[in-house]
Design a binder for this molecule. Structure first.
Ligand code: NAD
Length: 502
């Protein structure tokens, strides 16, 4: 590698982390810390505190005070709009150091910053987008339904204290998709980054505080799910939990929310299909699907099209194009501009991906290429070579489970009904792709697929588009007006106009 991890650390100014409570950076009361290792080399890059129940309680109380006792929830719309735009600008101005911090954190290469969904730009745009709702998303005035003359109106109010919990794979976008609408609505936040991607998130919090987010409005507790996440989701002072991560932890969150009826938004996993019809540009489809499971995040992406359903007539053409991408993906130092894909986040994830590859082979799928741990120069990191499985049956584990690695399962089909049936034969419903040159088929199939976002001959995540899952891929949507409204309660206010209402 050209520079050592230590040199990169100095270059991007990575410092050991702290908790951020009521505008103060502080250590955990227990003094316990977590050392994070760079996934491309396994070298230690820095430490941050492991917040326990007392630290979490302090952070939630700070957020509660800022919500219940300060004027933050009642800030004038114009003041709040300007603050969110300043946050967006601060992120843009520090894009380079943020990309460097992310590369150290989760090994996502700098090159991925040129892809919109992986860029700091998209995070900044999410702040600008939600700034736009602040002075527009009001309530309604409604006519009396019965009784005397009266005025009925609805108003939107912030939901309260939000516990925002992030995964490690795409911290820029996911930080913004939670924090921006929460601040836009007037909520206060206790944020828990993933223990596998903490440093870039801490820097974003610092930037927002410098941009003028008041003390107590945005607090951060660092640590693991068990030590820090559990006390946060169980805290009675939290009004809403906004979570992105695995389905298993999503279930746990629904249980923890039940006793006090916390509001819940969940963005969970996926097993998204790409449906490639005989009239499609199968080469483009093969490159797109394989690109989604390799480039940037090495398939550690919730909407990656990991199941390709391909018509028999274009099956070989699709496989050739996917194979070309598999052969050309480059791995290594995420700071090297020629490196296109990341290592897997840790050894546990590496083991899980390799186990699923072996299971695919045992179940009878044909491994066309890849699926082994990279050796030579890359042996110290968690790298696995991109895998393509052909002749996959949709009942196999590689077609049903979220692999979260560079593995594409290619399943043949004969006609449209079979393709739609296979596409919907999954517990998930996050994304899908339809590849065809027949415009009627494109829209017909898009409507028949039970998934939150369907791309026709291409896929993009954008700040103004609702994004989220059908079925076990989640609850609610991020992006767009609905995302802003999910951080509000709707109140009806009644006022008699002639002294009597009934
Ligand atoms: P994860 O569920 O293991 O962890 C996510 C976060 O939850 C982390 O901060 C973790 O510390 C915390 N956590 C873990 N256990 C907890 C508990 N008991 N209580 C409270 N918090 C707890 O997920 P991950 O491995 O970080 O991320 C990968 C998963 O995220 C994949 O399933 C992927 O599909 C999903 N994801 C979904 C989207 C989306 O928008 N739908 C986006 C990115 C990732």
């Amino acid at each position: 590698m050209s520079l050592t991890v230590q040199q990169h650390r100095e270059q991007v100014g990575l410092e050991d982390g702290s908790l951020f409570v009521e505008g103060r950076w502080q250590q955990a009361r227990s003094g316990e810390t977590w050392t994070h290792h760079h996934p491309a080399t396994q070298e230690a890059i820095g430490r941050f505190p492991v917040a326990g129940p007392e630290d979490v309680d302090e952070a939630v109380r700070a957020a509660r005070r800022a919500f219940d006792e300060s004027d933050w929830p009642r800030w004038r719309a114009g003041q709040r709009v300007k603050l969110l735009h300043r946050c967006a600008e601060a992120l843009r101005e520090h894009a380079e150091e943020l990309r460097g911090l992310q590369a150290l954190d989760n090994g996502v290469p700098l090159s991925f910053g040129t892809v919109y969904a992986g860029s700091v730009d998209v995070a900044a745009d999410v702040f600008d987008h939600h700034a736009g709702w602040i002075d527009k998303a009001g309530g309604e005035t409604l006519p009396p339904y019965q009784g005397g003359d009266h005025l009925a109106l609805t108003v939107r109010e912030p939901v309260g204290v939000v516990a925002a919990i992030l995964p490690w794979n795409a911290p820029f976008l996911l930080f913004a998709q939670k924090v921006a609408p929460a601040l836009a609505a007037g909520c206060t936040v206790v944020l828990k980054p993933s223990e596998h991607a903490t440093f870039a998130v801490l820097r974003m919090v610092r930037l927002l505080a410098e941009a003028g987010v008041p003390g107590g409005v945005l607090n951060v507790v660092t640590g693991t799910g068990e030590t820090t996440g559990e006390p946060l989701i169980n805290h009675p002072g939290v009004d809403k939990i906004s979570f992105t991560g695995s389905r298993e932890v999503g279930r746990r969150i629904v249980e923890a929310a039940a006793p006090t009826m916390k509001r819940v938004s969940l963005e969970l996993g996926g097993k998204s299909p790409a449906l490639v019809f005989a009239d499609a540009d199968a080469g483009m489809a093969g490159m797109t699907a394989m690109g989604m499971v390799t480039l940037g995040l090495s398939g550690q992406a919730c909407v990656a099209h990991t199941r390709a359903l391909v018509h028999r007539d274009v099956y070989d053409e699709f496989l050739d194009a996917a194979g070309m991408i598999a052969d050309s993906v480059t791995y290594g130092d995420p700071f090297d501009p020629g490196v296109l894909a990341s290592p897997l986040i840790n050894e546990r994830q590496l083991g899980r991906v390799l186990d699923l590859v072996h299971q695919g082979e045992r179940e009878g799928a044909r491994l066309v290429t890849g699926g082994v741990r990279a050796d030579g120069e890359l042996a110290a990191g968690n790298f696995v070579t991109p895998a393509i499985f052909a002749e996959v049956d949709n009942a196999m584990a590689i077609a049903r489970q979220e692999v979260f690695g560079p593995v594409l399962s290619v399943i043949p089909f004969e006609d449209e009904d079979e393709a739609v049936r296979l596409a919907n034969d999954t517990e998930y419903g996050l994304g899908a792709g339809v590849f065809t040159t027949d415009v009627q088929r494109a829209f017909r199939v898009a409507r028949r697929i039970r998934a939150g976002t369907v791309g026709i001959n291409g896929f993009q995540v954008e700040p103004h588009l609702p994004f989220g899952g059908y079925k076990q891929s989640g609850l609610g949507r991020e992006g767009g007006r609905g995302a802003f409204e999910a951080y509000t309660e709707l109140k009806s206010v009644l006022l008699p106009l002639s002294g009597e209402m009934m």
